[in-house]
Design a protein around this ligand. Structure first.
Ligand SMILES: NC(=O)c1ccc[n+]([C@@H]2O[C@H](COP(=O)([O-])OP(=O)(O)OC[C@H]3O[C@@H](n4cnc5c(N)ncnc54)[C@H](O)[C@@H]3O)[C@@H](O)[C@H]2O)c1
Length: 345
C-alpha cells in the first residue's frame, strides 16, 4: 500500500493506493456518517458496506445536477446530519464529484472521504479536491475545490469494471504520463498485456504514480492559478467531444489528447516521433473516437469552455513526453488549427 499525502493550505488529504476498500477503521467518526453511492456500485459491493445509512443514485453523468444535490441535502437533513457529519462516497468520478460538492456546501461544509471505485476516479477524479455538477449542456460549471480527508484506491474494485469504463480510465492515465511522467509513459507502453489483464500489483503501481504526480501539482497550485492548468491537457477539445457525442469522459479526453498533440506538433513543440508515439499508444488501447465534428459546431463548443477568458483560452501543449505547458492562446487560433487538421484528413 502506498500512502500519498496532499498538503494544501490548512488541509491534509491522504490517498491510500493499494489499500483494501473495506479497511476503514480509524478513518470515520463514530456517528453522523452517511454513504453516497450509485446503484451499480451498491449492487456489487453494498452487502459489504459498513452498516450505515446509504443514499444510492442513478448511475452516470445524468446525476451530476443541482436537483440531485438538493435531494441529497434534504435526505441529510432528514437523517439529522449536522455540522459534525461525514459523507463517505463509494463510487466513480460521478459519485465523488457529487458527494464532494454536497460536503462542501451542506451547512457550509462537512467532512468527507472517498472510496474510489473506477480507474478514472482513482487516477484522476478523486485526487485534487475538484468537485461539481453540470448545468444544462455545460460540464462542471458549478463546483468547489475541497479536499476529501482520505481516498482509498483498491485495485480489486477495478476487476468488476465494464471494459469501456476501464479503458476510459486508461486515457486519463496516459494523459498524466504525457504531461508529467516519461517513465510512466514507457511503463504503459511496455505493459499492454498486463494492463489489459488488470494485474493488481501493476495497477497499484500505475495509479500511485499518477496520484503522486497529480498530488505534486495540486500541492503547488490547488486553485488552478498556473501549474494545475496542465492537468487539462486534452480537455479543451475533449469536453467538446464529450458534449457533442455523449461518449465517456476518457474516450473524449483521448480524442482531445490526439488533437492537442497534433497542435503541439504543428507548433513544433514536439518531434514527429513523439507525436506518433503518443497517438499510437492511444490507438493501441482503441481510445480515440474519430467521428467528425464540424468546424462550426466545434467553434460553438470551444467558445463555451470555462477555461476561456474573453477571446483567449488556456490551451495545454505537450513539449515532449513528460512535459507540458499551458499557454494563453486566442480561441480563433485553436479553431484555426482544428480547421487545418480537418482539411488535411
Ligand atoms: N473532480 C475531478 O477532478 C474530475 C477529474 C476527471 C473526471 N471527473 C469527472 O468524473 C466523471 C467520470 O467518472 P467515471 O468515469 O468514474 O464515471 P462514473 O462514476 O459514472 O462510473 C462509471 C460507471 O462505472 C460504474 N462503476 C463504478 N465503480 C464500479 C466498479 N468498481 N465495478 C463496476 N462498475 C462500477 C458506475 O456505476 C458507472 O456506471 C465525470 O463526470 C467527470 O467530469 C472529475
Amino acid at each position: 500500500m502506498e500512502k500519498i499525502i496532499i498538503n494544501t493550505p490548512g488541509f491534509r488529504s491522504e490517498i491510500l493506493v493499494g489499500e483494501r476498500w473495506e479497511a476503514l477503521s480509524g478513518l470515520l467518526p463514530e456517528k453522523g456518517v452517511v454513504i453516497i453511492t450509485d446503484d451499480n456500485v451498491n449492487q456489487l459491493y453494498g452487502s459489504r458496506f459498513p452498516k450505515l445509512p446509504v443514499l444510492s443514485l442513478s448511475p452516470g453523468e445524468g446525476s451530476k445536477k443541482l436537483e440531485v444535490i438538493e435531494y441529497l441535502a434534504e435526505q441529510l437533513l432528514k437523517a439529522g446530519i449536522d455540522r459534525s457529519g461525514f459523507i463517505l462516497a463509494i463510487g466513480g468520478g460521478v459519485v465523488c464529484d457529487i458527494a464532494g460538492f454536497l460536503a462542501a456546501v451542506y451547512m457550509r461544509g462537512i467532512r468527507c472521504g472517498y472510496i474510489s471505485s473506477t480507474l478514472l476516479s482513482q487516477v484522476d477524479a478523486s485526487t485534487g479536491g475538484k468537485n461539481g455538477v453540470n448545468l444544462g449542456g455545460t460540464k462542471n460549471i458549478l463546483g468547489t475545490i475541497r479536499q476529501p480527508e482520505f481516498v482509498i484506491c483498491d485495485p480489486e474494485m477495478l476487476q468488476t469494471l465494464p471494459e469501456q469504463e476501464y479503458l476510459s480510465g486508461l486515457a486519463e492515465l496516459i494523459k498524466t504520463a504525457v504531461i508529467g511522467d516519461k517513465e510512466l509513459f514507457e511503463h504503459i507502453e511496455s505493459s499492454f498485456d498486463e494492463i489489459m489483464a488488470r494485474k493488481s500489483d501493476l495497477l497499484t503501481l500505475l495509479v500511485a504514480k499518477s496520484v503522486r504526480f497529480k498530488g505534486l501539482v495540486v500541492t503547488e497550485d490547488e486553485k488552478e492559478k498556473g501549474l494545475r492548468r496542465i492537468l487539462n491537457f486534452g480537455h479543451t477539445f475533449g469536453h467538446a467531444v464529450e458534449l457533442q457525442k455523449a461518449v465517456k469522459h476518457g474516450f473524449a479526453v483521448a480524442s482531445g489528447i490526439e488533437l492537442a498533440t497534433e497542435f503541439s506538433f504543428e507548433k513544433r513543440y514536439i518531434s514527429l516521433e513523439e507525436k506518433e508515439r503518443i497517438i499510437s499508444l492511444l490507438d493501441r488501447f482503441n481510445l480515440i473516437d474519430r467521428l467528425d465534428i464540424s468546424n462550426d459546431q466545434m467553434a460553438k463548443l470551444v467558445r463555451h469552455d470555462k477555461k476561456k477568458t474573453g477571446t483567449d483560452i488556456h490551451f495545454v501543449f505537450t513539449q515532449g513526453i513528460g512535459k507540458a505547458i499551458s499557454e494563453k492562446v486566442p480561441v480563433d487560433d485553436v479553431l484555426g488549427f482544428y480547421k487545418r487538421f480537418r482539411d488535411k484528413k
